[in-house]
Design a protein around this ligand. Structure first.
Ligand SMILES: Nc1ncnc2c1ncn2[C@@H]1O[C@H](COP(=O)(O)OP(=O)(O)O)[C@@H](O)[C@H]1O
Ligand code: SF4
Ligand SMILES: [Mg+2]
Length: 330
């Protein structure tokens, strides 16, 4: 969306996560930041949904609101068949443990004073071990560390500052997996890592998704990263959805002018050190006073008067491909 709509939702299929009409606003001096406006998404069991867009377009606000950290300004979040926004505090915290968040900066996500073996089970100490204690803490920790590609003998007794950024991200992923979540929300999980380490962490997430039967929301500004790990990609601009499409062949099939702009600004393979930069260094319009109609219109080469007057709705232009634009056709 630089538009709105629900055409892309799959009401006839079981869904791991459903987000309806999500709104995230921040009151600030001079007005209200419209970080996320009327976002709808769904996630099938075992699916990875990529959320793609430039910095500032509302990706992290959406991810945090789905986690109820903090709860959204409006809208509903349904995990399996449990609607979270209506839950009382205790039930909410328990339901929320079924969703885990993996963040961009793994080093600051970890308590620097604790050892890896304790960090991995921090969540379980809060939530209780349940059936997991049968195996014993050490065996459980070692199994998880091995699953995320770390040698327990080497890292078990270490603290975060004795690990690389990639190793810290592996510990964060292990810690999330310890809680046996249904849904993993990854917010730019490889953006702070060296390019050579990024692929390893993406592989690890892919393996974890299969092994632990997870569904994933994968947020990033880098088209190549999102495309590789996702089944389906949602492109956001200034708090709205522009396009939802299968990731396969996305660089050829994308139709929305904003998705095209993101793809055209992807650096060439030879320009390796630029990978990971935001798509285009153009200032976004203010989210305090977003453009009327289609929010992308101030940057769109196809914009007409209609785009200022009327908000485009998502339309299915090809099977499985939904585009919020008045003027593009398949
Ligand atoms: N706590 C906050 N208070 C005020 N504005 C915020 C806050 N968090 C995010 N924003 C604003 O909301 C918009 C979306 O931010 P964010 O969700 O972080 O985008 P992204 O993750 O896509 O970079 C930005 O304009 C950002 O400045
Ligand atoms: S043509 Fe109009 S509706 Fe389509 S993306 Fe451009 S401004 Fe938005
Ligand atoms: Mg962000």
């Amino acid at each position: 969306m630089a538009g709105s709509g629900t055409a892309h939702l799959r009401h006839d299929q079981p869904r791991a996560l459903t987000v309806d009409d999500l709104v995230v606003e921040f009151p600030v001096a001079g007005g209200t930041v419209h970080a996320v406006s009327n976002l709808h998404l769904d996630l099938l069991p075992g699916e990875t949904l990529g959320i793609l867009g430039e910095s500032g377009c509302g990706k992290s606000s959406a991810g945090r609101a789905v986690m109820q950290l903090p709860p959204p300004t409006a809208g509903t979040v349904t995990l399996g068949d449990v609607e979270l926004t209506g839950l009382k505090e205790k039930e909410m915290r328990r339901a929320r443990a079924r969703m885990q968040l993996v963040l961009q900066d793994p080093v600051s996500a970890l308590n620097p004073r604790r050892k890896v073996k304790d960090l991995v089970v921090e969540g379980l100490e809060i939530w209780g071990w349940g059936e997991r204690d049968q195996r014993g803490k050490d065996a459980f920790v070692d199994e998880l560390l091995t699953a995320v590609g770390l040698d327990p003998e080497v890292v078990r007794e270490r603290r975060p500052h004795e690990l690389s950024g990639g190793q810290c991200q592996r510990v964060c992923i292990a810690r999330s997996l310890a809680l046996d979540p249904d849904v993993l929300i990854c917010d730019e999980p490889v953006s702070s890592l060296d390019v050579s380490v990024q692929a390893q962490i993406l592989n690890l997430l892919e393996q974890a998704r299969e092994r632990y039967r997870l569904s994933m929301v994968f947020i990033a500004h880098d088209v190549a990263v999102v495309k590789n790990i996702s089944d389906r990609v949602m492109v956001m601009y200034l708090g709205k959805t522009c396009e939802v499409l299968p990731s396969d062949g996305l660089e050829r099939t994308a139709l929305h002018p904003y998705t095209r702009l993101l793809l055209d600004s992807v650096p060439r393979e030879s320009d390796a050190e630029r990978r990971g930069e935001p798509a285009k260094a153009v200032e976004l319009p203010s989210p305090i006073d977003p453009p009327s109609g289609c929010r992308f219109r101030t940057r769109c080469p196809l914009a007409t008067d209609r785009c200022a007057a009327e908000e485009p709705q998502l339309r299915e232009l090809r099977p499985g491909q939904f585009v919020a634009c008045h003027h593009v056709e398949a």
